[in-house]
Write a protein that binds this ligand. Structure first.
Ligand code: PLP
Length: 437
């Protein structure tokens, strides 16, 4: 259906300039492999995996077939006091993939719900363990953990919080690691800034470790514009949290499932958090789903007491939805069979070199990359923040490439099936555009 046959007014689009969009809509009709097709029949090369989620590319037959099969079997089974085998199978599969003792999986429907679930679990754990005063939740400036009240409370993106407060009171924030001196145009993890993890020691001194339940960070902050962790920073956060009996939650909604070259950034860097939040690539974006991976210690402490009593009053009608589990299991098969995490790791040097070639433009102030993610950070136009990057977005779309922008930062996170010539197409398109904006 074409845009002019359709009334676009009723749908209030999320995180969108609704009025501008509806004057000049960009509507996708189908997708296959690396490409979308618009309602006007235009092919668009996907430079951001939809919204950081279609890691295996579009139209993967195995995922589609699994969904078709599951639709004919059963599209819903009750999530409370009932189950279906797909949810157990998918949970076991994930537990096997994620590092160390993260052997338990709580299913949600989104990354936002995964964030709030993990924060609630941190408090429930310490209550069950006999430390009810450990309630404080520590996030980070520039952090993004979705749009629900828990995630927003620990989040640190001012525009996302501005009109929704007040938030949870028992919260504090670490400083972000962006714009640290000496890190401009870093390739991969930057050299400087590991010491910023030590700010956690000041927060602990201020509040007392006995009041803090958890620290939650994205290993790489995506939504804030690709803030790559300095070398040693996450390791240091792990040591300080461990030394002080504080849980560490990695929000890997963007970074899991191959984006940084392994199943998770925790696995890549050999760090063992107490929980990992996932969503997006969990089902290749085919069905909404999130999952929290939880350590043995947290799960067994909460799941204690009389066996016929509900241990945790938490969950969603659609936790472990049959269609989501079918899509998720097939997605894990596709990642393994097509070796997409390995592919991401081996493509990274080529992608890195290509992206950093854009440094030559005067309006580029920084370029960062980590695995198959990159940011091209533009100098804002005077008096018009975000305008230059959005111009680039519109021009790229016109020229058949989908990018993502946040503020004056262009973010690239293509499906991991991308090849070298498609990387070149994205970079050549941006090269042209950067010369004109
Ligand atoms: C790190 C992180 N956490 C949570 C979320 C929220 O996920 P959702 O939009 O599925 O609620 C996002 C979304 O981009 C994210 O990047």
């Amino acid at each position: 259906m074409s845009a002019n046959m359709q009334n676009l007014e009723s749908y209030w689009m999320p995180f969108t300039a609704n009025r501008a969009f509806k004057k000049n809509p960009r509507l996708f009709a189908s997708a296959d492999g690396m490409y979308y097709q618009t309602t006007e029949g235009k092919k668009i090369l996907d430079g951001c995996a939809g919204l950081w989620c279609v890691n295996a590319g579009h139209g993967q037959k195995k995922i589609n077939d699994a969904l078709k099969f599951q639709i004919d079997q059963m599209t819903y089974s009750p999530a409370f006091q009932g189950g279906h085998l797909g949810a157990f199978e998918f949970a076991e599969r994930l537990a096997d993939m994620f590092p160390g003792n993260l052997n338990h999986v709580f299913f949600t429907n989104s990354g936002s719900e995964a964030a709030d679930t993990s924060l609630k679990l941190a408090r429930a754990y310490y209550k069950a363990r006999g430390n009810p005063e450990k309630v404080k939740l520590i996030g980070r400036d520039k952090g993004y953990h979705g749009v629900n009240f828990g995630g927003l409370s620990v989040g640190g993106i001012p525009a996302a919080r501005k009109v929704f407060g007040p938030f949870l009171p028992e919260v504090d924030h670490l400083p972000h690691t962006h714009n640290v001196d000496g890190n401009l145009f870093a390739k991969g993890q930057p050299e400087n800034g590991a010491n910023l993890a030590d700010r956690l020691l000041e927060i602990i001194e201020l509040h007392g470790a006995e009041t803090i339940a958890a620290v939650i960070v994205e290993p790489m902050a995506g939504s804030a514009g690709v803030v790559v962790p300095p070398k040693g920073y996450l390791e240091r956060l792990r040591k300080i949290t461990k030394d002080n009996d504080i849980l560490l939650i990695f929000d890997e909604v963007i970074t899991a499932f191959g984006r940084t070259g392994d199943v998770s950034t925790a696995s890549l860097l050999n760090i063992q958090p107490d929980m990992i939040n996932t969503a997006k690539g969990l089902t290749n974006g085919a069905v909404p789903m999130g999952a929290v991976l939880i350590s043995d210690e947290i799960q067994s402490t909460i799941v204690d007491g009389p066996p016929d009593v509900i241990e945790l009053f938490h969950g969603y009608t659609y936790s472990g939805h049959p269609l989501a589990c079918a899509a998720g299991i097939a997605t894990m098969d596709v990642y393994a069979e097509q070796k997409l995490f390995e592919r991401a790791a081996s493509l990274t040097p080529y992608f890195e070199k290509a992206v950093h070639s854009l440094k030559r433009h005067d309006n580029v102030r920084d370029i960062r990359n980590f695995g198959m993610v990159a940011a091209i950070d533009l100098i804002p136009r005077e008096g018009a923040p975000a305008a230059r990057a959005f111009d680039a977005y519109l021009k790229a779309f016109e020229q058949g490439v989908l990018i993502r922008t946040t503020g004056d930062i262009i973010a690239l996170s293509p499906p991991l099936i991308i090849d070298e010539s498609e990387i070149e197409t994205i970079i050549d398109t941006l090269d042209d555009i950067l010369a004109t904006i």
